[in-house]
Design a protein around this ligand. Structure first.
Ligand code: RIB
Ligand code: CA
Length: 318
């Protein structure tokens, strides 16, 4: 089967770089470009991390465009407390790249790449949706050139870091609200789903046998994540492993058969004192919206064992 063409928007942090280690190596994807945005860390750091991740993974051939330095309407509340001050839990790249971003800002780069395609393609949105919203605000024609936005974020009843909001929505709720309102086909790889996508400590340790610098990086960055994420996936009070949220999102594009999901109407709270960033997913159809308004395909769960196998088998090939 021909590889699936994608553009990736990220805020490289720990789960972003693990997701990139899969996305840039699997034969099932053709990554046409990568864009960076503020989120986990400011854009200077997410851009530095992503450029060096491309270099580490032997993909200096993939162009990178730098994006927004702040959310659409509010100041950045970053997640350095989870990802560390350098965004990678203190991990240092063995070799620094000399590569720099292309001249265009992310939203112009994304538009140009979309215009080059003979048919609509996927955008993998692993970060707050600021760049994607700016793309559509500045280039409404892009709507017809996007097959799907496959997004990490949203939730039914849980949240992180607030009881109801997930980070990529909370960081820029206006962008998320705008995106969904455009009715662009939107796959919401929810926190409910990614919480089932954990890697166990044993699975992470097993990557030592691969003896390659990318697998070594994965172990180092997730080692920090294990300590910084307090409530990830505990059962009976015991940590089972850690959730690599962005990796789960990429896996949906290459292996949708591993996931369960359903289409719903959804919207985003942007004003609530306690609920800003909450994704209202009408899963009981209380609002009786017409089918054409149910544009959010909400991922509920993933076959964890199969997902982990695909990831580890790919990581071993570096
Ligand atoms: O809630 C997890 C998401 O927010 C991930 O994309 C993580 O990298 C952060 O951006
Ligand atoms: Ca991310």
């Amino acid at each position: 089967m021909n590889p699936i063409k994608v553009l990736i928007d990220c805020d490289t942090g720990i789960d972003d770089i693990v997701a990139l280690s899969y996305a840039l190596k699997t034969p099932d994807l053709e990554v046409l470009g990568v864009t960076t945005v503020c989120g986990n860390l400011p854009t200077d750091i997410t851009t530095y991390n992503t450029l060096n991740a491309l270099h580490l993974m032997g993909r200096d051939d993939i162009p990178l465009a730098r994006g927004a330095d702040r959310p659409l309407e509010r100041p950045l509340q970053d997640a350095a407390y989870i990802h560390g001050s350098n965004g990678l839990g203190g991990y240092e790249f063995p070799e620094k790249t000399s590569k720099t971003p292309v001249d265009q800002p992310a939203w112009e780069f994304l538009h140009a790449k979309l215009c080059e395609q003979s048919e609509p393609i996927d955008i993998l949105a692993l970060a707050p949706l600021t760049n994607i919203a700016l793309l559509l605000q500045k280039h409404p024609d892009a709507l017809a050139r996007i097959r799907r936005i496959v997004f990490m974020g949203g939730s039914l009843r849980t949240g992180n870091p607030t009881p109801v909001a997930t980070f990529n929505v909370l960081a820029d709720p206006e962008a998320a609200k705008y995106m969904i309102a455009t009715k662009v086909p939107f796959v919401m790889c929810s926190l409910d789903c990614t919480r089932g996508s954990y890697l166990t400590f044993e699975e992470l340790e097993s990557t030592r046998q691969f003896q390659n610098p990318v697998a070594d990086m994965v172990r180092q960055v997730t080692g920090f994540y294990i300590t910084s994420t307090k409530k990830e996936n505990t059962v009976d009070g015991k940590k089972k492993g850690i959730d690599i949220h962005d990796l789960c999102t990429v896996m949906y594009v290459t292996h949708p058969e591993l996931f369960e999901g359903e289409s719903y109407f959804a919207d985003v709270e942007t004003k609530g004192e306690l609920t800003t960033g909450f994704t209202l997913v009408d899963y009981e159809d209380n609002l009786r919206k017409p089918a054409e308004d149910k544009t959010v395909y909400f991922l509920k769960k993933v076959d964890r064992e199969a997902y982990v196998r695909y990831f580890l088998d790919t990581l071993a090939t570096y």
